[in-house]
Ligand binder design. Structure first.
Ligand code: NAD
Ligand code: MG
Length: 389
């Protein structure tokens, strides 16, 4: 039986690479549903190629155009709106849901998919940042496995396969350091989105590329690792590794360190999440360690990259604080992308939002939704008062 897959965010960087993987294994996988936010033309073209049972365009304004584009494909149902995303993931034939959409918007559909007992292939890390505790509780309650797609978490997962209950002493979470790694504070004041979008080793969507430049992405990944692997934050160490070859490692309590290495190519972790516990062949570049020559590791500079420090602070405080940080970050990330906010101002605004937003020590789903809205409003207000340097 072929596995039926729903891809949330199929027109993005992860979504298109997932379709490439699925296209390499048509005997195993079938696309049940494809979704996008705005890119209806690309979605229609993907639908023609992969013949899913349904497509969903989250922005309802594009419904009519999309429906017209697929008028000669009567077997593909066309839906629109956020509710449709939450409904479609529950469809009975779906085996796996790949969450490859960006931001807080991934939370609702992921919750519904877990409640419908689907296997989650999780790329949308914001879901675990915002509501890790709730997601883990639901996943346990509904016996829904969550498999990591993020390359570092896939590396950690690949390193612990077969280890049973063996105790993890430390997780070594690697980080390229981003394009601003070697810049001083003065230079950081004038960097632009265009500079940030030139990531040295990975080719990704705009939001995560900017998060990678500020190291907020790594802060989010620490939170993601805490929830996925049940390891306290004190046991998660961030290492700057500019070559992006060691994708992360796990140290066990006998001192042994197991790592996963490879060229930077998201198709491998995407495929592993779909095929686990099996490994399938993948038509991709192979790692040549003679070419790589050196592997370097440095400590991150938390003074320079304050977003990483703020993420650590958020996990320490717990409750809805990571949700507050995520919401404020979504606002400043977009503002930086549109040149409405400088690089150092991103951390300033997030820090101030953390102080002003209402704290809740044990939030439920509704509190997360309220927190997200409140923190976005506060961060947007702070942004309006800020003069771009
Ligand atoms: P992207 O911007 O390239 O694509 C995002 C996709 O989600 C698009 O299909 C878009 O239409 C859809 N989308 C965006 N906002 C939406 C909304 N509000 N409602 C519904 N759909 C929406 O992003 P990406 O780089 O592919 O990243 C996707 C997720 O995977 C993010 O959470 C990111 O952190 C995570 N991730 C990405 C990479 C990578 O290499 N790109 C690596 C690790 C983790
Ligand atoms: Mg990553």
């Amino acid at each position: 039986m072929k596995k039926q897959i729903a891809i949330l965010g199929s027109t993005g960087s992860i979504g298109t690479q997932a379709l490439d993987v699925i296209g390499q294994h048509p005997d195993r996988y079938e696309v049940y549903c494809l979704t996008a936010n705005n890119r209806y033309e690309q979605l229609a073209q993907q639908a023609r190629q992969f013949k899913p049972a349904a497509v969903v365009i989250a922005n309802e304004q594009h419904y009519d155009t999309l429906k017209n584009l697929l008028a000669d494909e009567p077997d593909i149902k066309v839906y629109a709106g956020r509710q449709a995303l939450e409904d479609i993931v529950q469809a009975a034939p779906i085996d796996m849901v790949l969450t490859a959409m960006v931001g807080f918007a991934g939370l609702g559909p992921t919750v519904k998919a877990i409640q419908a007992k689907k296997q989650i292939c999780l790329a949308n890390k914001e879901t675990l940042v915002v509501a890790g505790e709730l997601i883990c509780q639901l996943a346990a309650e509904h016996h829904a496995p969550i498999l990591p797609v993020d390359s570092e978490h896939s590396a950690i997962f690949q390193s612990i396969v077969g280890e049973g209950d063996n105790e993890i002493e430390k997780i070594l979470l690697t980080c390229s350091g981003g394009p601003f790694r070697l810049m001083d504070d003065e230079r950081l004041k004038s960097v632009t989105a265009a500079d940030a979008l030139k990531h040295p080793t990975w080719d990704m969507g705009a939001k995560i590329t900017i998060d990678s430049a500020s190291l907020m992405n790594k802060g989010f990944e620490v939170i993601e690792a805490k929830w996925l692997f049940g390891v306290p934050v004190e046991k998660i160490q961030v290492l700057i590794h500019p070559q992006s070859i060691v994708h992360s490692a796990v140290q066990f309590h006998d001192g042994s360190v197991k790592a996963q290495l490879g060229v930077p190519d998201m198709r491998l972790p995407i495929q592993y999440a779909l095929s686990f516990p099996q490994r399938l062949s993948l038509n991709s570049e192979r790692l040549d360690l003679f070419k790589a020559q050196k592997l370097e590791f440095f400590r991150p500079d938390l003074q320079k990259f304050r977003c990483l420090a703020l993420a650590f602070e958020a996990i320490k405080q717990g409750g809805n604080m990571p949700c507050i940080v995520n919401a404020a970050n979504e606002i400043v990330n977009r503002a930086f992308l549109e040149d409405r906010c400088s690089f150092p101002q991103m951390a300033d605004i997030i820090a101030q939002t953390m102080q002003r937003a209402t704290f809740s020590a044990s939030p439920d789903y509704d509190i997360y939704v309220q927190t997200d809205a409140e923190a976005r409003r506060i961060a947007a207000e702070l942004l309006n008062k800020t003069i771009v340097l």
